[in-house]
Each structure stands twice: as structure tokens, then as C-alpha cells.
Design a protein around this ligand. Structure first.
Ligand SMILES: Cc1ncc(COP(=O)(O)O)c(C=O)c1O
Length: 488
């Protein structure tokens, strides 16, 4: 088959790309390439010959290969076992295939007619996720009809859009007129100060103003103090406010610690408040035999978001927004588009009426694929093992005289400091920059309770104790240098 651009042969190009990716994966896995080699954008632009390729197009297969090689060279090598950075999935080796198919056929899944297979996979995976929560009431997972007494959900492009979707549904429940008349001024959302910034952003985007977010106190590890919920609520009532939703973290972005979902559910139930759980990272604990307890009470939420591109090995982006009651989803966006939204009996189902996006990619396909590659059990084992790895890192660092861990990890995220008695917050940050500049490790950093920490997120199933030891040693060497330099 010959493509319509510059005579490139489909199979030949794909074979070459496949070989380059194969090499990339192999080298990353054995740590032969740096995790990250940071170069300036100007250097990268030159190496990729951006201008000439853009104007003239690739003129040979060699051009394509050189472009891809340079592209891959300037990436963050997530498959390197010493990648312990952001909450971004380390995909399985064959995870890219659905994106490859999607890129080749371009079937958006939001309209059934535009991609029946993709839409079916999305609906199947939503049913499966709902069934993990006990919210699925169909006969079997092939039951794709919306049932009055059942939960429902959609896949969307990322946790931020997902939080916006869920909060929009929460507002539709308490103030359905907001869609046409604008947001009533008396609505507020309560949640821990450490809610992901996309919550505050969603509130502002919805025209409620960021002050409509009412922070509930958190403890020294930034976990919601559930005993404070009542007082904060009563204060809002006194001020004439209506609480549109209460948000809980499962788990918090910085620390990976879980709010008490059961106690928050009790509170919401008592006052008949919409309960939204941000489970972008940690809802996946539902799948783990060893760690399921962390999300006890999650099934009592009215809405939940759950990222598959964090802990389910799915390439970005793919997030589920799930509702316990299907009416919540139906009311979330009250808009009609005559060319797309059908009423009455048509074959299949369209997720478009319920999403922020109009067109969206085949998200269900890559989510399904991640399970189909290894079977359902492999993903739940992956979750348990990742959480276990964080516990192992904790034990190692906590027994090391030079490191301080403020809490026992509850997920695969762990924050720590190198000798806080010797090193300032600013120097912890400098330590992290110098560490990643070596190309040997990739970790992140965050503030917890106003103090700067180094932060690891253990996403890579290949990371081992020897990597933790090597990281600790490297940090020690760099820290000594920083301390010495600061004396000069
Ligand atoms: C708790 C939480 N919610 C929401 C998000 C946003 O998700 P996304 O990056 O998919 O937009 C994140 C991202 O880290 C998160 O940790």
C-alpha cells in the first residue's frame, strides 16, 4: 500500500518506527539511556529540523528515522526503573497500539456512528468500573442501556475535565436553573485545602468564583480533618450559603494519602449533600486485595473521577467520570446540538451529550487494551505491588539516618527530605534539580504543610530496592556538595 504523501510505504515506515521504538523500550528498561536529558527547546528544534521538515515535508525514510530518533532522545524515559516522577502511567510495551490504530483510522468515540467499536469499548469499561463500585445494575456488562436505578459514566480527556464534569452535575442537582441563568451566588463547595487545583479551576470556570471553594482544615500531613466538616458547614449555613458539593481526596496529589471517605460520606448523608470523590490517582485501590480498605466508603459518593492514565498503565489521557445515579449524568450538560444529539431509538449510545468535549478520542479502546494485554488480575497486582514498593522505600529511607519521611505511605506516593536540620527548603529543591540533571533519576518535589519535600511516585514495575539505594546514595553525594558550597 502506498500512502498519499511523498510516496512513503505504509508497512515500511511502520516497520522502521516499530524497530526504533523497540530499541527505545529495551534501552530504557535497562537504564542504558538517561531517564531525562534536558536540552533547550532551541537545541531540540534544531535537531528535529523543525523548519525544513515543516516546509518541505520529509523527503526520505531516513528523514523520518532521524526525526524519530531525535524525538525519542529528547523524551522522559518512563520505562527506566529510575523514573519515579509524576503520576503518569508507565505503559505496557504494547500499550501504544490503540493510539496507533486510532491515529490511523480516526474514529472518535463520542458518537456511536463515528466509531461503533470504540463507543462499545467505552461503554463496556464504564460498566466494568461501575461494577467495581456496586453501581452497575444491568444484567451483565454487555447491557449498555441506561437504567433508571443504575449508575452511569463517561470517559473524558483527563482528571481536570472530569472534575469539571462532576461539579457541573452537582450544580445541576442543586440549582438546575444555573445552566440558563448563571450560577446562584450562594453556592459553595467544601473540601480539603489540598484538593487538586482543578477543583478550584472548575469552580471558577463555572462562574462561581474561586472564593466559592471553602477549605476544610487538614492535618499536618494535609489529610482532611473530618471532625471539622460540621463546624465549617454550620458557618456556611449561618452565612446564608448552600453547599453544592463536598469533595474528598482519594488520594491527595502531593502526599498520596487518603481522606476518610467513610466519615465524609456519613457527613454528606446526614446533610443530604452531594459527595464528590476525586479518585484520579487512588480510586484504583478498589482493585487491590491488599489496599482496598483505603477507599472504604468510596461507593457512597454521588460522583467519582478515576484516571486510567495514572495507575492503570494507560497512555495519557483517559479518565472516567462515574455517577451513582444515572440522572446526575443526564442533567450535567443541558445542551442540544441538532446535528448530533438524537432522541428516541437509534442503534448504540452517544456519550457526547454528557461530555465537555464534542469530539473525543477512542478512550475506551486503550483502557480495555491495558487489561486485555495481560488480563484483569495483572492490573490489580500492579496496583498492589506499586503500593508495596512505596512501603519498601519508606522502610529503607526511614531506617536511614539522613532521611526524614513525614508519614507512612498509603499509596505509591512518598514524600521525604534529606536532613532537614542541615538543608533548607530551597536546597531541597536545588537537590532535586541537581539529581534529575544527572539523568540517572527522575523524581518530583512538592510542599507539604508549607515545607518543601522530595517526592517519589512509584509507577514503574521494574523499580527495585537497588534503585532506591542508588537514589539515596546519589542524593547524599549531591547534598554534601550543596552543603559544602553553601559554606563558601
Ligand atoms: C487528585 C487529582 N485530581 C485531579 C488531577 C488532574 O488529573 P489530570 O492530570 O488527568 O487532568 C490530578 C493530577 O495529578 C490529581 O492528582
Amino acid at each position: 500500500m502506498q500512502d498519499d504523501q511523498n510516496g512513503f510505504q505504509f508497512q515500511e515506515v511502520n516497520r522502521e518506527v516499530s524497530q526504533l521504538l523497540d530499541q527505545y523500550i529495551r534501552n530504557s528498561r535497562i537504564g542504558k539511556t538517561p531517564v531525562l536529558k534536558q536540552q533547550t527547546p532551541e537545541t531540540i528544534a534544531e535537531k528535529l529540523k523543525l523548519e525544513s521538515n515543516f516546509i518541505k515535508g520529509f523527503s526520505s525514510i531516513e528523514d523520518i528515522k532521524s526525526f524519530i530518533l531525535n524525538y525519542l532522545d529528547n523524551t522522559n524515559h518512563l520505562r527506566n526503573p529510575r523514573y519515579m516522577g509524576h503520576q503518569v502511567a508507565v505503559p505496557q510495551d504494547l500499550s501504544g497500539i490503540p493510539d496507533w490504530i486510532h491515529g490511523s483510522i480516526n474514529n472518535p468515540s463520542s458518537l456511536y456512528e463515528m466509531g461503533p467499536a470504540g463507543a462499545t469499548l467505552e461503554a463496556y469499561m464504564i460498566n466494568w468500573m461501575l461494577s467495581q463500585l456496586g453501581w452497575f445494575k444491568g444484567d451483565n456488562l454487555y447491557d449498555f442501556k441506561l437504567h433508571e436505578n443504575s449508575g452511569s459514566g463517561i470517559l473524558t480527556h483527563g482528571g481536570s475535565i472530569a472534575n469539571l464534569s462532576a461539579l457541573s452535575a452537582a450544580r445541576a442537582a442543586i440549582a438546575p436553573e444555573a445552566w440558563t441563568e448563571g450560577s446562584p451566588k450562594d453556592l459553595v463547595v467544601m473540601g480539603p485545602r489540598t484538593s487538586h487545583y482543578s477543583i478550584a479551576r472548575a469552580i471558577s470556570i463555572m462562574g462561581m468564583g474561586k472564593n466559592a471553594f471553602v477549605p476544610v482544615p487538614v492535618d499536618e500531613n494535609e489529610v482532611l480533618v473530618t471532625s471539622a466538616l460540621e463546624e465549617v458547614y454550620q458557618e456556611q449555613i449561618k452565612q446564608g450559603k448552600r453547599v453544592m458539593a463536598v469533595v474528598a481526596n482519594a488520594c491527595a496529589t502531593s502526599t498520596g494519602l487518603f481522606d476518610d471517605l467513610e466519615a465524609t460520606a456519613d457527613f454528606c448523608e446526614r446533610h443530604k449533600l452531594w459527595y464528590h470523590v476525586d479518585g484520579a490517582h487512588g480510586a484504583v485501590a478498589l482493585l487491590s486485595k491488599t489496599d482496598k480498605e483505603k477507599v472504604r466508603g468510596i461507593e457512597r459518593a454521588d460522583s467519582l473521577i478515576w484516571d486510567a492514565h495514572k495507575m492503570m498503565r494507560v497512555p495519557a489521557l483517559c479518565t472516567a467520570v462515574l455517577y451513582k445515579n444515572y440522572n446526575s449524568q443526564v442533567n450535567s450538560f443541558q445542551q442540544k446540538g441538532s446535528y448530533v444529539f438524537h432522541e428516541g431509538d437509534v442503534i448504540g449510545m452517544d456519550s457526547m451529550p454528557f461530555t465537555v468535549e464534542c469530539t473525543k478520542s477512542a478512550l475506551g479502546t486503550k483502557l480495555y487494551w491495558s487489561f486485555a494485554l495481560e488480563g484483569e488480575k495483572a492490573i490489580s497486582n500492579f496496583v498492589s505491588n506499586s503500593f508495596q514498593m512505596a512501603r519498601e522505600l519508606y522502610h529503607y529511607l526511614n531506617n536511614h539516618p539522613d532521611f526524614y519521611c513525614p508519614y507512612f505511605p498509603e499509596s505509591n506516593i512518598l514524600c521525604f527530605q534529606y536532613r532537614p536540620d542541615l538543608i533548607s527548603d530551597q536546597q531541597q529543591l536545588e537537590l532535586r534539580y541537581q539529581l534529575i540533571e544527572t539523568g540517572d533519576f527522575y523524581i518530583t518535589s512538592c510542599e507539604v504543610d508549607g515545607k518543601r519535600f522530595l517526592r517519589t511516585v512509584l509507577m514503574n514495575p521494574l523499580s527495585q530496592e537497588k534503585d532506591f539505594i542508588a537514589m539515596a546514595e546519589k542524593i547524599k553525594t549531591i547534598a554534601h556538595r550543596i552543603i559544602e558550597n553553601s559554606k563558601e
